[in-house]
Design a protein around this ligand. Structure first.
Ligand code: ASP
Ligand code: MG
Length: 606
């Protein structure tokens, strides 16, 4: 007999008929010989309705009262579902988060789960009952036993956490779409259902998948090895399996506030090639990386910084053994990239004796300050950062290899990593799940909610990145892509570089003001803001060690004459910033280029 946790979202319990249909499905699963815990969301758009009511009364309602209000939505659906189960002869009991003992931080409206008591659930299961638990809510760890909520969309997180605490066989998330799709079907109707995806890929696609699966739920599944599936409550179709690697054993105490960073990795086997002053026009990255791919050179990180005048810098890293070949290819192609008015042709620069150090962890999603903490740690040790590359769950810095041991030790201390850190060359990352069947590109995401900030002429000294991102994190502003230009300018004899990064649009103006204030004191140049950008990303664990994936993405953009403003990569993700007006076109072109589309158009449920 298996213990299964099922979670039904708002649309799956949106009406009496839907609740009865869910009861029927639950009843059948029990009859098939399973024990069931069912987690439910509030009916339909109930939570939105409650938020609206609150805002009609107060422009800034107290967070405590918001939790009191919003938690009522789930209480309605657990009671009704239990009644529906009892009505078909299936014993059931409903429990609120507090009754179960879903203990959270006292942080209202966005509490993280600390611990889940299992006794009461287990007792009812033993009595042959289906236990129906209110998602999205908990009770504070404080004496007051306050009612808390986990943040919008949080009942996925409740369900996966309960599955982890109970050691359930699997957790099924039922929703109104058939599973996880290769991209947003409202923008690309050919989007296709994925049969499987890894947790790492899912997290990198957070901006694509967040509506289907709360990223915090994916994080818990990954950390505790919960087997997870997303499927439609309307059909019997199998949906999408979200695979996690075999986890390290982990305590169930402080379940969600485990460290934001759970690994430090390094790789000393890298060299960097930069091309300075390549023309800032469509097709350049495609030509460069196309040629590199044709020569079967596998590149690791790629970055392209904001342009200065009419030219860009593009830099990439390769494994040392293929450096000579990579340099030869880059030098051969450089003249063919053309020149822009009056500039000299692109210059190729090679840097050896570099190392890549990375911090990895799902907990850094939406956590302002993790990047700043990394930069601060390196600055304290006087280590200069040569290149920064970021993804949703990883930040990598390229530094001089003589500094590598010092950097790794300091980062382990800062982020409280106890296990021995092993050198992780690109192809041997232990906690990455790469099977031969992993496609190089699993899905494509478009993010139109970001803005780009650039700071000109930042002195090339240890501590500058810390100053910038520390300032922002003190104001709770999370940054996403961070890119340092390769080109140095001498300003009063001090070498300086431009640094560009993206933030959520809602934070952009404030970020610009904060940085403008700091600019004088720190000797930075102008702080420029561009609100009209879009970020397109491809994600796939199978791109590791496969030359040519980046080239194919750039080529798709080039075909559409779309100019790439910024590039950044991690092992399993490549992101490009383009103009906002070209975002959707870029998404479609890339989705098609990787042949991700199905034959049928996806029908979006009403
Ligand atoms: N009812 C909550 C919301 O709408 C939680 C959830 O549905 O996951 O955000
Ligand atoms: Mg949801």
């Amino acid at each position: 007999m298996a213990l299964i946790v099922q979670k039904y979202g708002g649309s799956s319990v949106g009406s009496v008929e839907r609740i009865q249909a869910v009861a029927k499905r639950v009843g059948e699963t029990v009859k098939a010989g399973n024990s069931l815990v069912v987690v439910v969301s509030a009916m339909g758009k109930t939570t939105d309705g409650l938020v609206k009511l609150a805002s009609d009364i107060s422009p800034h309602p107290s967070k405590r009262e918001m939790d009191m209000l919003l938690s009522t939505g789930e209480q309605v659906s657990i009671a009704l579902l239990s009644m529906a189960l009892q009505e078909i002869g299936q014993p059931a009991i409903s429990l609120t988060g507090a009754q179960v003992g879903i203990v959270t931080e006292p942080d209202h409206t966005r509490a993280r789960i600390l611990h889940i008591a299992t006794q009461r659930i287990e007792k009812s299961l033993k009595e042959g009952k289906v236990v129906v638990v209110a998602g999205f809510q908990g009770v504070s760890s404080t004496e007051e036993l306050e009612i808390t909520t986990l943040g919008r969309g949080g009942s996925d997180t409740s369900a996966v956490a309960i599955a982890a605490a109970l050691g359930a066989e699997k957790c099924e998330i039922y929703t109104d779409v058939p599973g996880i799709l290769t991209t947003d079907p409202r923008l690309v109707p050919e989007a296709r259902l994925m049969e499987r995806i890894t947790c790492d890929e899912m997290l990198e696609l957070a901006s694509l998948g967040a509506k289907v699966l709360h990223p915090r739920a994916v994080e818990i599944a990954r950390n505790y090895g919960v087997s997870l599936v997303v499927r439609s409550s309307w059909t019997k179709d199998p949906g999408t399996i979200v695979d996690s690697p075999k986890p390290k054993p982990r305590s169930l105490v402080n379940l969600e506030i485990a460290r934001p960073v759970d690994d430090v990795e390094y790789d000393t086997n890298q060299a960097k090639i930069s091309l300075l002053r390549v023309p800032d026009e469509p097709g350049v990255a495609a030509r460069l990386f196309g040629e590199i791919a044709r020569q079967k050179v596998d590149v690791d990180l790629i970055i392209q910084s904001i342009h200065d005048g009419n030219t860009n810098d593009i830099a990439f890293t390769v494994m040392t053994p293929i450096l000579n070949k990579a340099e030869a290819v880059a030098s051969a192609i450089a003249p063919a990239l053309g020149t822009s008015n009056g500039e000299e042709e692109a210059e190729v620069m090679v840097q050896q004796h570099i190392a890549k150090v990375s911090i990895v962890g799902a907990g850094m999603i939406g956590h302002a300050g993790v990047a700043a903490e990394m930069f601060a740690t390196l600055a304290r040790k006087g280590i200069n950062i040569r290149m920064i590359s970021t993804s949703e769950v990883k930040i990598s810095c390229v530094i001089d290899s003589v500094d590598c041991d010092k950097a790794v030790a300091a980062l382990r201390e800062t982020f409280d990593i106890e296990d021995e850190v092993e050198e992780n060359s690109l192809y041997s990352s232990p906690n990455r799940l790469i099977s031969p069947s992993s496609p190089p590109v699993r899905g494509v995401a478009l993010n139109m909610k970001q803005a780009r900030l650039g700071i000109r002429r930042v002195p090339d000294l240890p501590g500058m990145a810390e100053k910038i991102f520390g300032t922002l994190s003190q104001h709770n502003i999370s940054v996403d892509m961070i890119i340092q230009s390769q080109r140095c300018h001498l300003v009063n004899g001090i070498p300086s570089r431009d640094i560009a990064f993206t933030v959520a649009r809602v934070d952009a103006q404030q970020a610009q003001e904060l940085l403008q204030k700091a600019a004088g004191e720190c000797g930075w140049g102008e702080v420029v803001l561009d609100m009209e950008i879009a970020k397109v990303s491809i994600v796939g664990a199978g791109m590791v060690g496969q030359p040519g994936i980046a080239a194919q993405m750039f080529e798709a953009l080039s075909q559409e004459e779309i100019n790439i403003q910024m590039i950044t990569t991690s092992e399993i993700k490549i992101s490009c910033v383009v103009a906002e007006s070209e975002g959707v076109k870029a998404l479609k072109a890339i989705h098609t280029a990787f042949e991700l589309g199905g034959d049928e158009e996806f029908v979006i449920p009403a």
